[in-house]
Write a protein that binds this ligand. Structure first.
Ligand code: MEV
Length: 433
């Protein structure tokens, strides 16, 4: 059977579904019903979602949860989180509550500079290229004025453009390396438009003034933003870490050891940072930001010293336990999905309509809280205890357990270890009784 098609994008949504179902899903039960049951009955809302991307066939739901009780620089937040993984929202809430009574989170934005580059090839004399660049630089900025005018009115715009010689890496390779301040916009469109204009101006004048041609390879922002940095921290006296039957000194020491391991051991660092990204991505997604851009930038930053390492750090000094994170986050609270997706608007409203700088701080806190909760579990009870309790419900739902069955099984597993097979077995036993 021919499983390819030309003109798929031109089909109506219903034709697309029919083609997918008949071509790839003929052996799946109720495939069409499964796809269409997620349509929203509000046709305007459905159309809005259909038009976010191309070739839409349905909606893919993610739960939106809220982690309350985050005290950040003296202000209390409930943080919206969109994520499919159980335990993440519970862990964030638990960490928030823990630190609420211990001074809360302290944060600061260190820098907000974003970067974009025009990559080009030139095989002529470097000195004349440099002279040409210095002469044309004001025109590069001037020609981009129609794009930068509004941003400049608000206090942002192009910060600088440098010529970078990369010929040691690739023969003939140079860059226009530009820095930007994009205020409350993530800035991808703004930066890319500026870069494409720089490329046009740079190339046009080069023809007459240089001994060799300038070949533009591409113009694009960088998702590596080491100068768009935010820091979040918690600290308290070691004794104040006491909770339940945990000895605070042993806990603090083990916690610092665990973080040190993530600082030196890449296998651990990746998982450690994954836990941080559980918190970060969930808020990035809920607030309509680009989590792929954030992920790419954050992991590059974690490798900035040539070896992948922890994004968080911890220490004990003079009886004080401190735990902090420093990460690059390029975020927007205007433009893009923020004004289009009704739930994104709600998420931003829950956060009291933050500016991008405030959102950077909130999201860094979500990452730090998540990491605190994970490392605390890992160094005390182990991660599975809490995870499996949440997992239990997922398994029960997967097997369509009714309320009575759920009650009975949850009760049973208060004194038994949760494993997938043990839950299935217990449910089967209950059903045959
Ligand atoms: C699971 O999603 C995240 C953890 O593995 C993070 C960590 O190990 O620190 C629990």
């Amino acid at each position: 059977m021919n499983k390819s098609i030309s003109g798929f994008s031109k089909l109506s949504k219903s034709e697309k579904i029919d083609w997918i179902v008949s071509t790839y899903l003929s052996n799946s039960n109720n495939a069409k019903q499964t796809i269409t049951q997620y349509f929203n009955t509000n046709s305007k809302l459905q159309q809005l979602h259909d038009e976010f991307i191309e070739n839409t066939i349905s909606n893919y739901y993610l739960p939106l949860g809220v982690a309350p009780n985050f005290l950040i620089n003296g202000k209390t937040y409930a943080i919206p989180m969109a994520i499919e993984e159980s335990s993440v929202v519970a862990a964030a809430s638990k960490a928030a509550k823990f630190w609420m009574t211990r001074g809360g989170f302290k944060t600061e934005v260190i820098s907000t500079t974003k970067i974009g580059q025009v990559h080009f090839m030139f095989h002529g004399d470097f000195n004349s290229l440099e002279r040409y660049f210095n002469a044309i630089k004001p025109k590069l900025i001037e020609d981009a004025k129609p794009i930068t005018k509004n941003m400049e009115k608000r206090g942002g715009g192009i910060l600088d453009i440098e010529l970078r010689d990369k010929t040691k890496d690739i023969n003939g390779y140079y860059q226009l390396h530009a820095t930007f301040e994009t205020l409350d916009a993530m800035g991808a469109n703004f930066i890319n438009s500026c870069l494409e204009q720089f490329a046009k101006t740079f190339k046009a004048e080069a023809e007459e003034q240089l001994d060799a041609s300038v070949e533009i390879v591409m113009s694009i922002l960088s998702n590596y933003v080491p100068d768009c940095l935010v820091r979040a921290e918690v600290s308290c006296n070691i004794e104040d870490l006491a909770e339940g039957n945990i000895d605070p000194k042993t806990f603090a020491e083990k916690f610092v050891q665990a973080v040190s391991i993530a600082e030196v051991e890449p296998y651990r660092a990746v998982t450690h940072n994954k836990g941080i990204m559980n918190g970060i991505d969930a808020v990035v997604l809920a607030t309509g930001n680009d989590f792929r851009a954030v992920e790419a930038g954050v992991h590059a930053y974690a490798s900035r010293h040539g070896k992948y390492s922890s994004l968080t750090h911890a220490k004990i000094e003079n009886g004080i336990f401190s735990f902090w994170i420093e990460i690059p986050l390029a975020l927007g609270t205007v433009g893009g999905l923020t004004s289009l997706h009704p739930l994104v608007k709600i998420a931003l409203d829950i956060l009291d309509k933050p500016k991008a700088k405030e959102l950077m701080q909130i999201i860094a806190v979500a990452g730090l809280a998540q990491n605190f909760a994970a490392v605390r579990s890992l160094t005390t009870t182990g991660i599975q205890e809490g995870h499996m309790k949440m997992h239990l419900m997922n398994i029960l739902n997967q097997f369509d357990a009714n309320t009575k069955e759920k009650e009975s099984i949850v009760n049973h597993f208060k004194t038994h270890t949760v494993t997938h097979s043990a839950v299935v077995e217990a449910l089967e036993k209950l059903r045959t009784e």
